[in-house]
Design a protein around this ligand. Structure first.
Ligand code: AHG
Ligand code: MN
Ligand code: MN
Length: 338
C-alpha cells in the first residue's frame, strides 16, 4: 500500500500531537509540552491503579475527609499524590490546586522562579463514589499561565483565581472500558486512547465536534424537587412526545457524563439544589475545564445566567451550577430559565 499524505497515521502519540499543536502557538516553548507529558505520565499511573483497585488495597475510604467534608477515597489520595509528584518535578509549574488539597501548593522544587510559568488546577479523581462499584471515574485538569499582576506573596491563591477564559489548556482522562484522554489548547478538541501494551496515548480523533442537538438529558432527578422552576419545566418538556421524548442517562461521574455528551450530544445539568444551593460542582477544576472543551467542540456551558468561563472565581473551591451540552439543547433550556 503506497504511503500517501492522507494515509491515516494511527501511531501519533500525544507527545507528537502536542508538539505539532505548539506550532500554532509561536510563543509556546517546549515547556508546555513538557508539562503536558507530566500529566499523561500521571494519567498512566492512575489508570494502572484504577484497573487493579480490587487487587491492590486502594479501594474504600481513606478514613480522612477533604475540605468539602467529603470522605476521601484511598484512590482520591493516591491520584492526588501521583499528579503532585509528576507535575512537581517538571520544573515549570509554579503552583497547583486540587480538590483534595485544602490550600493551593507553591512548588519550590526545580529551576529558578523564572522557569516556573504554569499553574495547574485539577480534580485528581472525579466520580469517586463510583470507584467501589467499578463504574467509570476520571481526572480533570486545567492549565493557566502565571499572572504576575495578580501575585500576592501573602496569598498564592490570588494568582489561581483566573476566569476560565484565561485557560491555556484543559482536559480530562476517563478510566472507562478503555482509558481515554481528551484535551484542548484552544485549537479544537482531540482524543487519545491509552494502548496499555505500549503505555502510550495514541491519537483517536482530532477536532471533535459536539452534535448540535442530542437526544439525552443527564441530571440527578433525585434532586428535581428543589431545582429552579425553569429547570423543572425544561425537564418536563424533555419527557413529552413533542421532544421525542429524550432518554435519561446519568452515570454520576461528571467526566463520563460529559464524555458521552461531547461525542453523542445532549445536555448535562447540575442545577442548584436544596443541599447545594450554589450547585455542587467546583468552578476551577470541574466546570471551567469542561466548559473550555464544550465550547471548543461547538457546544455551550453556563451557570444558568452567564458563560461558565466568564465567571471571576472568588475562592479556589468555589461551587457553581453547571449546564453544558449541545447548542440547540442549551438554547432551549435557556428559554426556560429566562
Ligand atoms: P468528585 O468525585 O470529584 O467529588 O465528583 C463527583 C461529582 C461529579 O463527578 C458528578 O457529576 C457529581 O458529583 C454527582 O453528584 P450527585 O451524586 O449528587 O449526583
Ligand atoms: Mn469531581
Ligand atoms: Mn474528585
Amino acid at each position: 500500500m503506497t504511503d500517501t499524505p492522507d494515509t491515516p497515521n494511527r501511531f501519533i502519540t500525544i507527545q507528537e500531537h502536542i508538539i505539532n499543536e505548539q506550532r500554532h502557538h509561536p510563543a509556546a516553548t517546549g515547556g508546555f509540552s513538557w508539562l503536558l507529558s507530566g500529566i499523561t505520565l500521571a494519567a498512566r499511573i492512575i489508570s494502572a491503579n484504577v484497573r487493579r483497585a480490587g487487587i491492590l488495597d486502594v479501594l474504600g475510604d481513606s478514613g480522612d475527609s477533604n475540605v468539602h467534608g467529603e470522605q476521601q477515597q484511598k484512590l482520591d489520595l493516591l491520584a492526588n499524590k501521583t499528579i503532585e509528584l509528576c507535575l512537581g518535578y517538571r520544573g515549570n509549574v509554579a503552583m497547583i490546586a486540587s480538590e483534595e488539597l485544602d490550600q493551593p501548593k507553591v512548588i519550590t522544587r526545580g529551576e529558578n522562579d523564572e522557569a516556573r510559568k504554569y499553574i495547574v488546577v485539577f480534580d485528581p479523581l472525579d466520580g469517586s463514589s463510583n470507584i467501589d462499584v467499578n463504574v467509570s471515574v476520571g481526572t480533570i485538569f486545567s492549565i493557566f499561565q502565571r499572572d504576575p499582576s495578580r501575585s500576592d506573596a501573602a496569598d498564592p491563591a490570588s494568582e489561581i483565581l483566573q476566569p476560565g477564559d484565561q485557560q491555556l489548556a484543559a482536559g480530562y482522562i476517563v478510566y472507562g472500558s478503555s482509558t481515554v484522554l481528551v484535551y484542548t489548547t484552544g485549537e479544537g478538541v482531540h482524543m487519545f486512547t491509552l494502548d496499555p501494551s505500549v503505555g502510550a496515548f495514541l491519537l483517536h480523533s482530532e477536532h471533535i465536534r459536539m452534535p448540535d442537538k442530542g437526544k439525552t438529558y443527564s441530571v440527578n432527578e433525585g434532586n428535581a424537587g428543589s431545582f429552579p422552576e425553569g429547570v423543572q419545566r425544561y425537564l418536563e418538556w424533555c419527557k413529552t412526545e413533542e421532544a421525542g421524548p429524550y432518554s435519561a442517562r446519568y452515570i454520576g461521574s461528571l467526566v463520563a457524563d460529559f464524555h458521552r455528551t461531547l461525542l453523542k450530544g445532549g445536555i448535562f445539568l447540575y442545577p442548584p439544589t436544596a443541599k447545594s444551593p450554589n450547585g455542587k460542582l467546583r468552578l476551577l477544576y470541574e466546570a471551567n475545564p469542561i466548559a473550555f472543551l464544550a465550547e471548543q467542540a461547538g457546544g455551550m456551558a453556563t451557570d444558568g445566567r452567564m458563560r461558565i468561563m466568564e465567571k471571576a472565581p472568588k475562592s479556589v473551591h468555589e461551587r457553581t451550577p453547571l449546564y453544558v451540552g449541545s447548542r440547540v439543547d442549551m438554547e432551549r433550556l435557556q428559554r426556560h430559565l429566562t
